[in-house]
Design a protein around this ligand. Structure first.
Ligand code: SF4
Length: 324
């Protein structure tokens, strides 16, 4: 293990999906789902990837998990390159990187009891020594996610949405992962349950030193959980900053528009909502220059022809805007 490097390094990641048509099924266009995304995550850190639906954030998570091959770029875990790892070594990577999905009901086998759901990864990765050890480990996982031990022989449909998500988190913890990718993991939960799951993830991070990649369409959700935030728009990161810096002084016009929609706790506090014009353009034919120029209230000539790069606007705060 190379300890002075971040746990996860994503360098210039691209994922373009071909669209095939015609009689011969030739490639007629491409979906530029992710188009040059770079970030790192340290051990024990949470980085949130935030943006509207279709911005490519979930594709980044799937690319890290190697659910498909990258079009370009590199991904390193613990200093070891994993994006081109041969199939027989992917098992090691899958032990270190786990995922919690948005809908725990469809990601849990309805015919398996909690006991079997949690036993599966423990057995698959050869982490148990006998029946008693298996039972002890399952109960420890249930304790960690605060599920009652007498729930061990219940099926997923016997739980509430929040409890099902606790089972999903316990399953992700089972192999001893270093990094958990939470893909809209709390989006389907109501407000109070959402807060409980966020608190649980924060406690587990403190206890286990986990790194989290938290993928969400909602900036308000990540505010109390994350250390840093990367805002994505049409396949690119447009702003990346420490949580406090981003919420106090966002730089990019797109981030400022997203933040203006976050409810403030004080009903008397003045907040001007920024309504973006138009829809998100198609990732099949993204706009030239700055991809946000078709909706940006500050766009000027240069924005239409020259693509802005992520540049520092303060220490640890990057923004891709010609106004930087
Ligand atoms: Fe707006 Fe231009 Fe900045 Fe893009 S580069 S965000 S269009 S001002």
């Amino acid at each position: 293990m190379i300890c002075d490097r971040p746990l996860l390094e994503v360098n210039a990641l691209k994922k373009h999906f071909p669209i095939r048509g015609g009689l011969l099924g030739q490639v007629t266009a491409k979906v530029y789902a992710v188009d040059g995304v770079t970030f790192t995550i340290k051990r024990g850190e949470t980085l949130s990837l935030v943006g509207e639906s279709g911005c490519g954030k979930s594709t980044v998570g799937k690319a890290i998990l190697r659910l498909f091959n990258l079009t370009d770029g590199e991904v390193y875990l613990n200093g070891e390159r994993i994006d081109n790892m041969p199939g027989h070594r992917l098992r090691m990577m899958r032990q270190r990187v786990q995922v919690v999905f948005q809908d725990p009901f469809s990601s849990l086998n309805p015919r398996m009891k909690v006991r079997d759901i949690l036993a599966e990864p423990l057995l698959n990765f050869g982490l148990v020594h006998g029946r008693k050890d298996l039972k002890d480990k399952i109960e420890t996982l249930m304790d960690k996610v605060r599920l009652p031990r007498d729930a061990i022989d219940r099926f997923p449909h016997e739980f509430s949405g929040g409890q099902r998500q606790r089972i999903g988190i316990a399953r992700a913890l089972a192999p001893g992962a270093d990094l958990i990718i939470c893909d809209e993991a709390v989006s389907a939960l109501d407000v109070s349950v959402k807060a409980q799951i966020i608190n649980l993830l924060a406690d587990l991070q403190d206890e286990l030193g986990l790194a989290l990649l938290f993928i969400s369409h909602d900036l308000a959700t990540v505010e109390h959980l994350t250390h840093r935030v990367a805002v994505m728009y049409l396949g690119k990161i447009v702003e990346l900053a420490d949580r406090r810096a981003l919420f106090a002084a966002a730089h990019h016009p797109y981030t400022r528009a997203l933040l203006s929609a976050v409810p403030v706790p004080d009903p008397l506090a003045k907040q001007q909502r920024i309504i973006l014009k138009g829809d998100v353009p198609s990732p099949i034919d993204p706009p030239s220059g700055c991809r946000f120029h078709t909706r940006c209230p500050f766009a000027f000539d240069r924005c239409r022809s020259e693509e802005p790069v992520l540049n520092p606007v303060a220490e640890g705060h990057l923004s891709a805007c010609h106004l930087a």
